[in-house]
Design a protein around this ligand. Sequence first.
Ligand SMILES: Cc1cc2nc3c(=O)[nH]c(=O)nc-3n(C[C@H](O)[C@H](O)[C@H](O)COP(=O)(O)O)c2cc1C
Length: 492
Amino acid sequence: MFSGTKINISEEAARCLLCYDAPCSNACGHGFRPDKAVRAVRFDNVISAASKINQNVCAECVGECERACIHYDFPVRIREIIRKLPQSKKCRADLSIEFCGVKCENPFFLSSSIVAANYDMIARAFDAGWGGAVFKTIGKYVVHEVSPRFDAIKKDATPFAGFKNLEQISEHTLEENLEVISRLKKDYPSKVIIASIMGQNEEEWTEIAELCEKAGADMIECNFSCPQMAADGMGSDVGQNPELVKLYTRCVKKKTTIPVLAKMTPNIEDMTVPAIKAIEGGADAIAAINTIKSITAVDLEKMQSLPDINGKSAVSGYSGKAVKPIALRFICDMAKCEKLKGIPLSGMGGIETWQDAAEFIALGCENIQVTTSVMQYGYRIVEDMISGLSEFMVTNGYTRLSDLVGKALGNIVPAEKLDRETIVYPIISKEKCIGCGRCYISCQDAGHQAIEFDQERIPKIKGAECAGCQLCSLVCPAGAISRSKRINRRRC
Ligand SMILES: Cc1cc2nc3c(=O)[nH]c(=O)nc-3n(C[C@H](O)[C@H](O)[C@H](O)COP(=O)(O)O)c2cc1C
């Protein structure tokens, strides 16, 4: 039977190394896939995790899966996770959606980058379930890349809290890339292929766009946003110049008939300005965000930053989990902008789970793109995106994905419109509190000195002093602080 202490299954699943050809599943004498069950939990898809195994059979098992676990520390408590899983629901919602008039079997696309760089990669991604791919940016500019070209900010169980890259556009020739786009479209007619392009002048933008349409691309995405091009007047240099955005979008539209997306740079205060110019130039949709200019760290021994390229480094693009809040803010700005009303949005920046994706959709995106989490975990993450979003839609009564688009927008208002007359107090659970005092420390040093300890080392709220900021509930490591009902503020 099951052993082990009380565990939080999400935290335990986060310890899983997400192995290739997982030894735990290979060892399972019943032919189940415990790796997939744990992975589903890891990617917030708890509800369908149990469908990968049989809980009754697992309950009687001696645990070959755990014995085979190669975790460097101690085995992941797979049976304990399985035991705590809710009954699996078989939910299959229709995730298809039209984007710029093009039917997509689901909204999940690879974003333009190394994850969508050749035929074999994209074919494998399509086989895994991705609805489409934005091909790695192509052009005539010949790149010479640096080595190494990545750095990552690591935090606890999250190896890439944020990710920095110095990559430019495709290393393959324009001709090679066009041939691959053609072949992909022929072999995967129901999948959507967006050609990401970058020109060096007006003629090149027009020519490359025309060639992509001829090759069979369903849409074109104009890369106005790469922040680390090693030549002036390309990438985010364009995106930061609204008139150039309009000019080059016009050039792209000149000899093409397929929908055109303009991909925006976040290295700008107000993204709506270049986005409006792109629409004036004829763009059909906006994609955002590309990476944020960054320096991830400075090595204080060597006094140089990372990645170390022969002693030097450069400012370059930041992506992954850490940028999601910034991406959502830009998406919201554009979705709420009167002059961009009705313009389809493709959102990206830190999407890792179906929930991340659903948040972008709820703020107005009809299409989702992903790079960094695929770099980290592989194409397989789309499985949990599909089943997690399906389950959410079925449970919440959404029959079409389009019904979810923009649903949360009305609840994001200017700060001056927020309710300042009511308050939500913290409620400390005696049962859950472990007496660590983290709430006390934060309230003393960064709050309103509204927490005191009782004789048993259990914190108590001093109602008159508490401002309801909820810092205490955010720092509590035991999940022991919940929130009261909203009530009217006491007036002095
Ligand atoms: C290694 C790497 C290469 C990239 N190459 C391109 C590119 O060729 N064209 C482009 O438009 N964006 C490129 N991007 C940006 C991504 O498409 C995406 O906009 C950004 O990384 C944010 O999404 P994410 O957090 O899911 O990675 C690249 C990103 C990374 C990490």
